[in-house]
Design a protein around this ligand. Structure first.
Ligand SMILES: Nc1ncnc2c1ncn2[C@@H]1O[C@@H]2COP(=O)(O)O[C@H]2[C@H]1O
Length: 228
């Protein structure tokens, strides 16, 4: 793996941030590299799972199907994401499906390989536990949003979670279409559209092709805090 890609995988929230080039070489030597096309189901909800994936290139969607067949999006994964650690660690079924939203590649690491690597790299084990804690924290926040907040503040909270900073400009962006946002926030596209249009009129956001640009992050924060 080249240095630019390594740097990308080792961003601030990455569980790989403390690893050296040699550590990476060790992970690579213990894993199988896979390539995938857009739309490929990388992990399937309900399947048994004894391996996890480290996304090295491309993006993916983590989602669950309800009993009625509706897709609920839980998260979007970017390079550096670890996927499939839950079934690998607890021996249960995959909790969600992971579908590629672009072509890409991943390292596939089996249970024994992970155990061996974790045993000799305690700082990595610590980072993996931190990632699980972060996911639990986000899941708790989602439960709170869904139970205690009306749809407007709830959408504001989801938007805040999805925001990416645009360093060139002062604004922030969310790279999702209104349909994707609806799947993420559990709201219909029409409902999302009405809400976003009203925020656009008051200058909180602007709507662009396939993305939302947040113009007034403070106002979005205020909206997200309105319980009720
Ligand atoms: N709420 C979530 N946020 C981010 N990733 C998740 C979430 N729920 C499940 N996943 C990932 O999706 C994977 C599906 O397979 P696993 O259950 O083995 O491991 C799961 C996690 O890696």
């Amino acid at each position: 793996m080249d240095h630019a890609r390594l740097a990308e995988l080792q961003g601030p929230d990455s569980i790989f941030s403390g690893l050296s080039v040699e550590d990476w070489a060790e992970i690579a030597s213990r894993s199988v590299q896979i390539s995938f096309v857009k739309g490929k189901e990388l992990l399937v909800q309900g399947d048994p799972g004894d391996m996890m994936l480290i996304l090295t290139e491309g993006t993916a969607r983590v989602s669950m199907l309800t009993a009625g067949g509706r897709e609920i999006v839980l998260a979007y994964a970017e390079p550096g994401a670890v996927l499939g650690e839950i079934a690998l660690l607890d021996g249960g079924e995959r909790t969600a499906s992971v579908t590629a939203t672009s072509a890409g590649s991943a390292l596939q690491l089996g249970r024994n390989a992970l155990k061996d690597f974790a045993a000799s790299h305690p700082e990595f084990t610590w980072s993996l536990m931190q990632q699980l804690a972060r996911r639990l924290r986000t899941a708790d926040q989602t439960i709170e949003s869904d139970r205690a907040y009306a749809s407007g503040p709830r959408l504001a909270r989801y938007l805040k979670r999805l925001i990416r900073k645009d360093s060139a400009e002062k604004s922030h962006r969310v790279e999702l279409s209104q349909t994707e946002l609806g799947n993420f926030a559990g709201m219909s596209r029409e409902h999302i559209n009405r809400q976003l249009k009203s925020w656009e009129e008051s200058g909180v956001i602007s709507l662009e092709q396939g993305r939302v640009r947040v113009l007034d992050a403070e106002m979005l924060e205020d909206i997200s805090e309105c319980e009720g």
